[in-house]
Design a protein around this ligand. Sequence first.
Ligand code: CO8
Length: 260
Amino acid sequence: MAIELNIADQFAHLHLNRPKALNALSFEILGQLDAALGKIEDAIEAGQVRGVFVTGEGEKSFCAGADITELMGRTLTQEHEGARFGQSVFDRLAALRVPSVAVIHGYAFGGGLELALACTFRVATAGAKMGLPELKLGLIPGYGGTQRLPRVIGQDRALDMILSARTVDATEAERIGLVTRVVDSKDPAAVGREFLKPYLKHGLIALDMAKQAILRGMQTTLAEGLRIERDCSTLAFRSGDATEGMTAFLEKRPPVFKDQ
Ligand code: CO8
C-alpha cells in the first residue's frame, strides 16, 4: 500500500510511501487515503486518536503533487470527477475532529501542498520547498489550493504564489504563515508527534468545538462567526468534560477528560 496508517499512543500517522515518484498522488492512492481517513474517524470516535500527522517516504519529497502521468487524455467528465474526488478526500482530512499536521520534508508541490493545506497545521524541515506549480503545466490547482491557500496566507500572497508558480523555501514559508514552524530534523514522524503533544491533553469535545468555531467562522461574516462561536461554546459547556475541567480547577488538580 502506498498509504500506510499507524495508530498508536493517541496518534494516527499517515505515511505516503511511493518514493520512486516522489510520493505523487495517483487516483488509486487518493482512494487509499480516503479509506485510511475512514479508519482514523472511527479511531477518533473510539477515543484512540487525539492528533494526526502526515509524512512522506524518503529524504527528497513529502509529495510532488497529483500523478501527472494520469492527468492527460481524460474526458471532461473524468476531469471534473477527478477534481471532485480529490477535493472530497482533502475535505475529509480537514474535517477531522482532532488537529492534524503535515510535516513537509523536501518537496510539497501541487496536490502535495494542497494535501498539507487541508491539515490543521503545516511544519517544514529546514530544506523544504513548496509551491503550486500547476500554471507551468497549463493547469490551475484543483484539489483546494485556490481556496485554502488564500485562507492561510492571504489573498495577495496566494495570488503571487499561484500566478507565478514559484517555489517558496522553508524560511519564506514560515514568514508568510504557510507553515507554523521550521525545524531542523531528519525524522518527520518525531516532528509530527512533538508538534501535536500540546493538544493531546485536551478533551475531544472542546478540541472539536474550538477547531470548528475557528475554521467555520473564517468562512463567513463576523456576525455569523460569532453565532457559530456561541453555539459551539454552549455545546462545550453542556459536556461532562466542562464540568470536570472547572471542578478540577477549583479542586486544584489536573482534569481527567472522558470525551463526554
Ligand atoms: N507525478 C508523477 N511523477 C512524478 C511527479 C508527479 N507529480 N513528480 C515527480 N515524479 C517522478 C518523475 O517523473 C521521476 O520519475 P522517473 O524517475 O521515472 O523519471 C521521479 O518522480 C523523480 O522526479 P525527478 O527526476 O523529476 O526529480 P527531480 O529532483 O529532478 O525534480 C521535482 C523534483 C522538482 C519535484 C520534479 O519532479 C517536478 O517538478 N515534479 C512535478 C511537480 C508538479 O508539477 N506538481 C504538480 C502536479 S499537478 C497537481 O498536483 C494538480 C492537483 C490537482 C489535480 C486536479 C485534477 C484531477
